[in-house]
Design a binder for this molecule. Structure first.
Ligand code: GCO
Ligand code: MN
Ligand code: MN
Length: 393
C-alpha cells in the first residue's frame, strides 16, 4: 500500500463508536460480528491513525444508568482515550432508540416526551463537555411522521425550535463554549422527517434564538438518498460559515441509508466534495473534524471493519491529493481563467447598487448573441477531472 496516504492524527479523521462498532445487523437479520468494546474501538482507531472518536450518550453509557455508573464508565473510557492520544471532538444524544421516542423527541405531540428529550440531551451535553467535546450534533432520528394526520406540521417545527433554544440558552448559562450542529435526513426511520435537507436546516437555524452557535452537520448519504448534491449542500453551509461538522460516507441515489465506506460510490461526487472541503479551488478550506459516519459491509468480520476504516481515510487523502493536482493543472487553470475573465471589472459593479453603478451598468456594451455563442469547454474540464481521478494525468 502506498504509504503517502496512510492517515495520521493531524489529518483530523474521526469515527463514531457506532460506526466501526456496528455489528452488521439490518432489518432482515441479526448481528454478524461480535460487539467491540468502546475501549477496544479507541485502541483500534488510534492504531489506524485516527484523530478522534465520537459517541452518542448510550453508545458508552447504557440507557438508565445511575450517575455513579456513568462516572465510572466515562472515567475508564477517558483513561484509554487519553492513553491512546485520541480526542472526543463531538458528542451526540440518542433520541431515537428508546420506544419513548417512537413518535418523536423534540417534536413529539406529548410535552412530557419533549421534556424527557430535553433532559436527556442536557445530560449528554454535560457528558460531552466532560470528555472535551466542542461540537454537539443533533440528529432527529424520530422527528417526523408516517402520517401528517398526527399534527399540524407547524407545531412540530415550533417545538423543535423551542427545545433547541432551551438547550442553547442552558448551554450558554453553563458557560460552555460549544457549537450545535444539526443533521438533516429526508426519511428513514420515519416516513418523512421534518427539516429534510441541509438547506431546510440552514433556514431553520436562522430562526433560532442563539443562531450564532448553531450550524449544520451534512451527511453524504442523507443528501444523496433523494438525489440531491452533497457538494451544493456543503457549499451553501460553508458560504455562510455554518459547516460545523460533516458526516462522510457513500450512498447510491434513491436507496435506504446505506452508510457505505467514504468514496465507494459516486467517486466523482466525493472528489468534488473533498476539493470543496480542502479549498483547492480558491475559497477557504474546512478545518473541523472529518468524521466518517459509515460502517463496514455486513459481509465483513472484524478485520474487514478495520479495512473499512482504513479505506475511508485513505480515499479521503487520495482525493485530497487529486484535488490539489487538478487545481494546480495548467490546462484546468486556463479553462477556469477563461470562464472567469473580467478585464473590465464588471463583476465589481454588481456588488453594490448605487445610481453610479447602475449608470455604468446601463452603458455597458453587452451583446447577448455574442455571449451566447461562446462554448465553455466544460467537456474538456470534466475529462481532465476524470483523467486525474483515473491516475493517467
Ligand atoms: C443515521 C444518522 C446517524 C447520526 C448519528 C449522530 O442516519 O443513522 O446519520 O448516524 O449521524 O446519530 O448524530
Ligand atoms: Mn446516516
Ligand atoms: Mn450521520
Amino acid at each position: 500500500m502506498n504509504e503517502l496516504y496512510n492517515p495520521a492524527p493531524d489529518d483530523r479523521f474521526t469515527f463514531g463508536l457506532w460506526t466501526v462498532g456496528n455489528p452488521g445487523a439490518d432489518p432482515f437479520g441479526g448481528p454478524v460480528r461480535p460487539r467491540i468494546s468502546p475501549t477496544d474501538i479507541v485502541r483500534g482507531l488510534a492504531k489506524a491513525g485516527a484523530y478522534g472518536v465520537n459517541l452518542h450518550d448510550n453508545d458508552l453509557v447504557p440507557f438508565g444508568s445511575s450517575a455513579a455508573d456513568q462516572d465510572r464508565i466515562v472515567g475508564e473510557f477517558m483513561d484509554v482515550v487519553q492513553d491512546c492520544g485520541l480526542r472526543v471532538p463531538m458528542a451526540t444524544t440518542n433520541l431515537f432508540s428508546h420506544p419513548v421516542f417512537r413518535d418523536g423527541a423534540f417534536t413529539s405531540s406529548d410535552p412530557k416526551v419533549r421534556a424527557f428529550a430535553v433532559r436527556k440531551a442536557k445530560r449528554a451535553i454535560d457528558m460531552g463537555v466532560e470528555m472535551g467535546a466542542e461540537t454537539i450534533v443533533f440528529w432527529g432520528g424520530r422527528e417526523g411522521v408516517e402520517t401528517d394526520a398526527a399534527r399540524d406540521c407547524r407545531d412540530a417545527i415550533s417545538w423543535y425550535r423551542e427545545c433547541l433554544d432551551f438547550l442553547a440558552a442552558w448551554t450558554l448559562d453553563q458557560g460552555y463554549s460549544l457549537r450545535f450542529a444539526l443533521e438533516a435526513k429526508p426519511n428513514e426511520p420515519r416516513g418523512d422527517m421534518y427539516l429534510a435537507t441541509t438547506g431546510h436546516m440552514l433556514h431553520f437555524i436562522d430562526t433560532l434564538d442563539h443562531a450564532d452557535m448553531v450550524g449544520v452537520n451534512p451527511e453524504v448519504a442523507h443528501e444523496n438518498m433523494p438525489g440531491l448534491s452533497m457538494v451544493h449542500a456543503v457549499a451553501q453551509a460553508m458560504e455562510v460559515n455554518k459547516l460545523f461538522h460533516i458526516d462522510l460516507n457513500a450512498q447510491k441515489i434513491g436507496r435506504y441509508d446505506q452508510d457505505l465506506r467514504f468514496g465507494s460510490e459516486d467517486v466523482k461526487g466525493a472528489f468534488f466534495l473533498v476539493r470543496l472541503l480542502e479549498g483547492t479551488c480558491g475559497r477557504p478550506a474546512y478545518t473541523g473534524p472529518l468524521h466518517f459516519d459509515a460502517h463496514a459491509y455486513r459481509t465483513e468480520d472484524i478485520d474487514g471493519v478495520w479495512d473499512f476504516a482504513s479505506g475511508c481515510m485513505r480515499t479521503y487523502k487520495i482525493l485530497a491529493a487529486k484535488a490539489a493536482a487538478f487545481d494546480a493543472d495548467k490546462e484546468v487553470q486556463e479553462i477556469l481563467a477563461a470562464n472567469h475573465a473580467d478585464p473590465d471589472r464588471i463583476g465589481a459593479l454588481l456588488k453594490d447598487y448605487t445610481p453610479e453603478s447602475l449608470e455604468t451598468l446601463e452603458a455597458l456594451d453587452l451583446d447577448p448573441e455574442a455571449l451566447a455563442a461562446q462554448g465553455h469547454r466544460y467537456e474538456r474540464l470534466d475529462q481532465l477531472a476524470m483523467e486525474h481521478l483515473f491516475g493517467v494525468r
